[in-house]
Design a protein around this ligand. Structure first.
Ligand code: GDP
Ligand code: GDP
Length: 450
């Protein structure tokens, strides 16, 4: 089961525009099951880190075997039945119409989460319609623009929440099409987040990486500009620094600062491919650092540790091994996270740091050929077969990697329920070792096959 999202709304509000934006080239054409599903489109939607099954209810205007209104009611019912989340779209420039009310009415009676998207809200023309949309009784509408991609963060927020609560969050990845992953791999810049506790030296480090004083640093620093453009190229690779909120929030020093810093970091992690966690080497790793490190892996991102202020450390080796040891103990699920000593202040270690960033990014993008994976599977199974449960042994049939970013594997076996966690850990460790996949999360999904 995948997270399923429906877009509903009357014709011409912009549903297809959103559908196309979210599915890109991934959209499959119309599902031609007779009857109910005839006039809808389905595809694999993607929004930031989320993938989901998306359908819209386009084509209503072509249907004349029934009244439009009846068809719409039916469509909303299907959407409510089948979707985990409903996006109800209206045209804010046209205002709320009687037809919109019909949809809203149905949706209010359903029990699925609904987000009202007041579309075409770029510019001023949608303001009145947006205000009207509050009256639909479906929560605060989002000022949206399918054409310009405005309001997608709100959609992402709701989908993430629902994915968490319905337990879809993790398995989604496994269902993604293999070819998408390889397409994605080359697409766009590497999204890098630099996170860490206040005063770890993040701003200083970023300045150094960028080679200019773009962010204010130092204990006296106040809030800097609202948005900081941070894109650069290193070794012909485009890098984009994402979510600099944590860097900006420096002036307001109070007890909450540490907590805020963690919250900032966690948000940044969600939008990143690679996360550099900056540690003050004089202080070592603490609980909050480990929280961020853990979250990075849980979110499926690649991790690099920057051991900053290395210039100020006297006895270097004990410091380094203390940090590495603690990291290994606290993050047993990933091995070999790079720990790079740096000094933002002196500018040492910058190349090594970025090289590691590129390296883990490439690992995170790796795709392995199915024959190699299956060769591997038969070897590990032969070396250590799954213990039998109740006299029956789970047979491992087949393994494939439907996607990368992070590497995600699906293992087909005869009795998935009988595979213990420890056996899965064995497989995962072997796989990491045999295919040389340190520092990045690996996802393993089990599927039943006869
Ligand atoms: P559907 O019938 O609901 O699938 O609507 P379409 O996606 O076909 O869009 C209907 C019209 O609205 C098209 O001309 C789109 O270009 C336009 N449209 C879609 N989204 C936006 C938007 O965000 N802003 C504006 N101004 N026009 C939009
Ligand atoms: P942020 O809060 O994580 O952005 O940290 P800042 O970049 O503002 O740095 C906090 C303090 O640590 C400042 O006083 C910096 O000068 C100092 N600092 C940053 N990097 C280094 C470093 O590599 N070595 C030393 N000795 N001090 C540093």
């Amino acid at each position: 089961m995948t997270l399923t999202v429906a877009i509903v709304g009357r014709p011409n509000v912009g549903k297809s525009t959103l559908f196309n934006r979210l599915t890109g080239r991934r959209s499959a054409l119309v599902d031609d099951t007779p009857g109910v599903t005839r006039d809808r489109r389905e595809g694999e939607g993607k929004l930031f880190d989320l993938t989901f099954r998306l359908f819209d209810t386009a084509g209503l205007e072509d249907v004349d075997d029934d009244s439009l209104e009846a068809r719409m009611r039916r469509q909303s019912e299907i959407a409510i039945e089948e979707a985990d989340v409903v996006l109800m779209m209206l045209d804010a420039r046209a205002g709320v119409t009687a037809t919109d009310e019909i949809f809203a009415d149905k949706l209010r009676r359903g029990d699925k989460p609904v987000l009202v998207l007041a579309n075409k809200c770029e510019g001023q023309a949608g303001a009145a319609g947006l205000a009207e949309a509050f009256t639909l009784g479906l929560g605060d509408p989002v000022a949206f623009s399918a054409e310009h991609g405005i309001g997608l963060e709100e959609v992402h927020e709701l989908l993430s929440e629902v994915a968490q609560t319905t337990g879809h969050a993790d398995e989604l990845a496994a269902d993604a099409e293999a070819e998408d992953a390889s397409e994605e791999a080359d697409a766009g810049p590497l999204r890098l987040a630099i996170v860490g506790r206040p005063n770890a030296g993040k701003s200083t480090l970023v300045n150094r990486l960028l080679g200019e004083e773009r962010l204010l640093t130092g204990p006296e620093a106040g809030i800097t500009r609202d948005s900081i453009a941070v894109d650069w190229v290193y070794k012909d690779r485009e890098i984009k620094l994402v979510d600099t909120a944590g860097l900006r929030r420096k002036a307001r020093v109070d007890q909450k600062l540490e907590k805020l810093a963690v919250a900032d970091a966690l948000r940044a992690v969600q939008f990143a491919h690679v996360v550099v966690l900056v540690i003050d080497a004089e202080q070592g790793l603490d609980k909050q650092d480990l929280t961020i490190a853990n979250q990075t892996i849980e979110e499926g991102r690649a991790l690099v540790l920057a051991l900053n202020k290395w210039d100020a450390v006297g006895e270097k080796e004990p410091v380094r091994s203390a940090v590495s040891d603690r990291l290994t103990r606290s993050l047993p699920q990933v091995k070999g996270v790079p720990v790079v000593p740096v000094s933002g202040l002196k500018g040492t270690g910058m190349q090594k740091l970025l090289d590691q960033v590129l390296r883990v990014y490439d690992l995170w993008n790796r795709k392995f050929a199915t024959p190699d994976l299956n060769q591997w599977l038969s070897e590990v199974e032969a070396a250590n077969p799954p213990p039998s449960v109740g006299g029956k042994r789970c047979r491992l049939k087949y393994v494939s990697q439907p996607k990368a970013r992070p590497p995600t594997f699906v293992l087909f076996c005869s009795r998935p329920k009988d595979l213990s966690d420890s056996y899965l850990r064995y497989l995962e460790n072997e796989l990491r070792h045999d295919f040389d996949l340190p520092a990045v999360p690996v996802r393993f999904h089990l599927k039943k096959s006869k």
